[in-house]
Design a protein around this ligand. Structure first.
Ligand code: KIV
Length: 318
């Protein structure tokens, strides 16, 4: 069990529903699109991670992450859906809002879900505006390359920063024949480069490259004037992104993990240990202990006991 002193002093409320966030005293400077461009110019890698709710965004922001992505991986790793095609725009906006409330410094990007942007650039703009106004995101991400150049141009002209996503695009897993590595043949690598250049020319300020050979992603990175953010694309990208749930190890043993994920923690094991201990403490009445209860003055208690006893005695007489 954690010692009481490890808990923050701000816990003043007698409720289990205390606010989770406390503004940090030494908050770092807000990361803007200019900050990201400056990191890129200095060849300093950009650290991006997903967050799907308030606590995961809070910890990412406090850990110094540059960009927080409300990825539609939310569908699978937080909402238990089969794939990302099931998640709705409303689902995404709800989670974006919770992430935005916790993210004080990092640049926030929301993922446009399947069906919310493909029909026309106008549809995409309407959706992207909702991400900014209702989801409180600073930028949006969309899956697709050259075919979405007009859409990216429309969004950036409207002042909405766009991150493109090329290579393995999970929303199109059915068309790709599953979650397959892209850019493994000359033709496929050329398509990746063509996509990267097209989204750059359309105005994307960064491009995620997912599941591509490291050499190809590195060559593509060298050909661009915007940062590449790799996920399963090797170390030659301008930055990296991982799904937080994956890298924290917040899943049961035996779950499939893509080759590119480095597991930095074992949150599942720690949560499981703590919940088992709690369960056992409840069963054995070791919890709650005296220190977890509210005191009452002795005289008030005696008076209460006396009244109860009197009432019981009266009831017996009648
Ligand atoms: O949805 C997501 O989390 C993503 C990342 C994997 C880049 O798109």
């Amino acid at each position: 069990m954690l010692p009481r002193a490890a808990l923050p002093a701000v816990q003043a409320r007698n409720s289990s529903h205390s606010p989770l966030g406390v503004p940090s005293a030494n908050q770092r400077k807000k990361v803007t699109i200019n900050t990201l461009q400056s990191l890129y110019r200095k060849s300093e890698p950009i650290a991006m991670i997903t967050a799907h709710d308030f606590p995961s965004a809070h910890v990412a922001d406090q850990a110094g992450i540059d960009m927080v992505l409300v990825g539609d991986s939310l569908a699978m790793v937080a909402l238990g859906m089969e794939d990302t095609s099931e998640i709705t725009l409303e689902d995404m906006l709800l989670h974006c809002r919770s992430v935005a409330r916790a993210t004080k410094a990092a640049f926030t990007v929301g993922d446009l879900p399947m069906g919310s942007y493909e029909i026309s650039p106008e549809q995409a703009l309407e959706t992207a505006i909702r991400f900014v106004k209702e989801g409180r995101m600073q930028g949006v991400k969309l899956e697709g390359g050259i075919e979405f150049a007009p859409t990216i141009a429309k969004l950036t002209r409207a002042g909405i920063p766009v991150v493109a996503h090329i290579g393995l695009t999970p929303q199109r897993q059915n068309a790709l024949g599953g979650f397959r590595v892209q850019g493994k043949s000359t033709a496929s690598a050329l398509r990746l480069l063509q996509d990267a250049i097209a989204v750059q020319e359309a105005g994307a300020f960064a491009v995620v490259i997912e599941a591509a050979p490291a050499e190809i992603a590195s060559l593509v990175t060298k050909k661009l004037r915007i940062p590449t953010i790799g996920i399963g694309a090797g170390n030659g990208c301008s930055g990296q992104v991982l799904v937080q749930v994956d890298m924290l190890g917040n899943f049961p043993p035996g779950r499939f993990l893509p080759k590119f994920v480095k597991q930095y923690g074992n949150v599942w094991a720690e949560a499981s240990r703590a919940i088992t201990e709690y369960r056992n403490d409840v069963k054995s009445r070791a919890y709650p202990a005296l220190e977890h209860t509210y005191p009452i003055p002795k005289d008030e208690l005696s008076e209460f006991e006396k009244i109860i006893a009197e009432k019981e005695a009266e009831a017996k007489v009648t």
